[in-house]
Write a protein that binds this ligand. Sequence first.
Ligand SMILES: Nc1ncnc2c1ncn2[C@@H]1O[C@H](COP(=O)(O)OP(=O)(O)OP(=O)(O)O)[C@@H](O)[C@H]1O
Ligand SMILES: [Zn+2]
Length: 477
Amino acid sequence: MTEIKLHNTKTRKKEVFTPIDPDNVRMYVCGPTVYDRAHLGNARPVVVFDTLFRLLRHVYGEDHVTYVRNFTDVDDKINARAEATRRPIRDITDETIEWFHQDMDALGAMRPTHEPRATEYIGQMIAMIEDLIAKGHAYEAEGHVLFAVESYKNYGALSGRSVDDMIAGARVEVAPYKRNPMDFVLWKPSSDDLPGWDSPWGRGRPGWHIECSAMSYELLGDSFDIHGGGNDLQFPHHENEIAQSCCAHPEGKFANVWMHNEMLQVEGKKMSKSLGNFFTVHQLLEQGVPGEVIRFVFLGTHYRKPMDWTEKKREEAEKTLLGWKSAVSVFCDDLPDGIKGQQPPVDVVSALADDLNTSLARTRLNEYAKSAQKGDLQAAISLAEGMEFLGFKHDHTWEVGFGASLNKILDDPVDLGVYEAMLFTARKAAMETKDFAEVDRISSVLRDAGLEVRASKTEVVLDFTPDFDPSKLEALK
Ligand SMILES: Nc1ncnc2c1ncn2[C@@H]1O[C@H](COP(=O)(O)OP(=O)(O)OP(=O)(O)O)[C@@H](O)[C@H]1O
Ligand SMILES: [Zn+2]
């Protein structure tokens, strides 16, 4: 079995990953607050943890991995948006979730096993808060319930800070009802015009942190394998999740491995809604940047390094990915059925297994692409399988905005007359006899003659390069 190593924020080390139960490997990732289109930064953890999900499914089996990513659909930012637009909250959250799905699908991200909405777990949150009060970790004050950070001695361990450092360094809300300025809200009162649920502390709504603790417990249990999210969530969100979960369920360990992706930046600053320095995934797709190109760019930088989106990266990604797709599509009909990333090349898997070294995986696939372009069918198969594994389609359809060069080929049908029929027949014969040596031969004759061939199930598309030399096609006979 492939050995996976992951960097664990908790221990600050790269460690061999050993699941609690290899028959059910469990991962929780903090999902979006749904009031607006996802910006490109929000897409980074989606692609990072999708890649990990694919790796885990490959190593432990498709049915042996449970991936939970929540939707935060109760939040003051959502309330503010509803008030500003005079729209019902549910319309806004439903619409945003639909957009999120469309955009992330376009990036080739698989849907997680469960995508719980916070509002469907209010009962579990209330039960957990009651439990925390009963165990002496939380207290009620003026209609609020607060978590008492001093009651949990490991508070701050994930980010390596003491409570005193936090108070000194953080801008915390100093409310008169807090016993310690770092105490955080588990429950707060709602006025009649705001969403609210009945609770032992009156009508109110949950704080953000308790949502993830309640949903992960409900869907994954008191101990699970991996907890992920952007490193902007490490403090306070993840510290607070740990405090709540470990105090409510001291019998469990909560998450064994904590993984944090670095930020997508714009001129050295985190891309964020509050700074206003963002563009959305949807905008990029509309501008004709294919979702797979966005994915390709993300995979070029290790997830624990900050990265920028640049036009140059986009262009290079599009060019390389087109090269891969055409290298595979030359052999499209020859590829064995069922290429579904089941047998991705070992060196690509091992790159990912080393703390998701996606850029190395990309480099290795590029080597296969180079060999495939020279007519090596085995390399083309590896490339196709590796592409599927990394979340790319191996046919030459873009999710959006066909690349300019591809358009040119498809819009420019050629009439090769007699040659064309001969090519087609020769190729078909090779395919039916599964004589791959013959396919290799044909494809190299074509390439030598200055013709590029793209074949799909239904048609053969030919493209002339400037070096086209029809006399060289005689070698086909
Ligand atoms: N610039 C970024 N780069 C990488 N990940 C990010 C970035 N901004 C947010 N994230 C991640 O996106 C996920 C969704 O977060 P969330 O919905 O809370 O974002 P947000 O708070 O709405 O965004 P913003 O921080 O722009 O206000 C989280 O895992 C978060 O860490
Ligand atoms: Zn969370």
